[in-house]
Design a protein around this ligand. Sequence first.
Ligand code: UDX
Length: 453
Amino acid sequence: MRVAIIGTGYVGLTTGVCLAFMGHTVSCLDSDEAKIKALREGKIPIYEPFLEEVFHEALPQLNFTSSYSEAIPEAEVVFIAVGTPPTPSGAPNLEYLSQAAKSIGQHITRDFVVVVNKSTVPIGSGNWVDSLLREAIAGRTDKSGTLGFAVASNPEFLREGSALHDSLYPDRIVIGADEPRALEVLYSLYRPIVDQTFTPPNYLPRPETVGAVPLLSTDLASAELIKYAANAFLALKISFINEIGLVAERVGANIGEVGRGIGLDSRIGPRFLSAGIGWGGSCFGKDTAALIATAGEYGLHLPIVEAAKKINSRQRDRVVEKLLNELKILKGRTVGLLGLAFKPNTDDLREAPAIEIAQKLIDRGVRVKAHDPIAMEKFEQSYGKMGVVLCQSAEQVVEDCDAVVLVTEWNDYRDLDWEALAKKMRSALILDGRHTLDKDKLMRAGMRYVSIS
Ligand code: UDX
């Protein structure tokens, strides 16, 4: 099928590359001409494992443009995958979505096109996009023949750092539409993924456990709410284990064991129960805020979702509290941060705990050093003025430090030579923000080990 994707960010580019890999003809559009030029030269603006490989394999089916008149007319399916960044109130900024919908309406030529909200959009946006499309079409003077469309919602569930895996082997595909024909078109688009009939890339083999992928067809509002409810629940699960971590610390329980113990209950499941500094990233914070804002429009409060956000924000403060507890005075101290990205295997710094922690420490007169295997270039571009000293290795970070904090659990930090590192530190204190280091091994290496809970 012929597909157009509006927006070449994490979601848009990954979706476009995967659909092209399935054999569809995909036109990726972005208003950022520099990004389009780079993509045409085969340069990918985001770090995502295997994206580059799949991109080059799918290249014959891909093209990149900034022109709606090039991307839209032939497309049978148009995905809107533009940013919906949070506004101060928490409600998402929909100007990019609005612009995309109007531009699509001005350029469709087929008698039936499925316009799909792939971006995470507020509940009710499907109807809003529908009205924007109608308005744009009504305003056209170049209409020849009948122009028809239907709007659908197809929320993405991909995790950064495993976007390709999650796109090729998803737990489920959710499609929301009030028009049956739209559901049929999207089912045939996704057929190779639903039936898992595509030949997997050799570097991303099909997991044994993956069979046919459930496809849930539902109405627009349900599909939009599924996205928000899923992210809110995942965020809630993490804040829950972090709240239990407060109790575990007081009673001397091991929060890692507690997480394993409850996760063995098949109704709870083992994942998203790792206690620590808490969640970052562009989704959980934004989506929980948007869900609360949408509920607020109906006069509803969501105390559970609000509590999950409060607990998560408090985890950053606990890093400072722990360091104060151990060092007594922070002013003039030097603290090293291992990891800047909001999680391993990505260079994404959006709502990364490291940024907030660094700022809190700098505000208390601490000299902050940091290292990250991938995200330092982006950190320099976006936060170069913070005054954080970026180091080329973990070894350089710990040198002369009064404490070092494991912020992001990159594999690079799991097997460091802590005996040698301890000798380079002014005081050999490690705060394990992700409960991933071996406490006994670090203590044998002469480190003082403190965990976040
Ligand atoms: C999330 C959702 O998982 C994905 O389905 C949705 O489409 C987008 O948002 P992402 O934000 O990329 O994906 O990363 P994820 O792997 O979910 O981790 C989110 C944050 O939670 C990270 O900061 C991670 O460090 C933290 N986390 C995750 C925990 O603190 N504990 C856990 O047990 C799991």
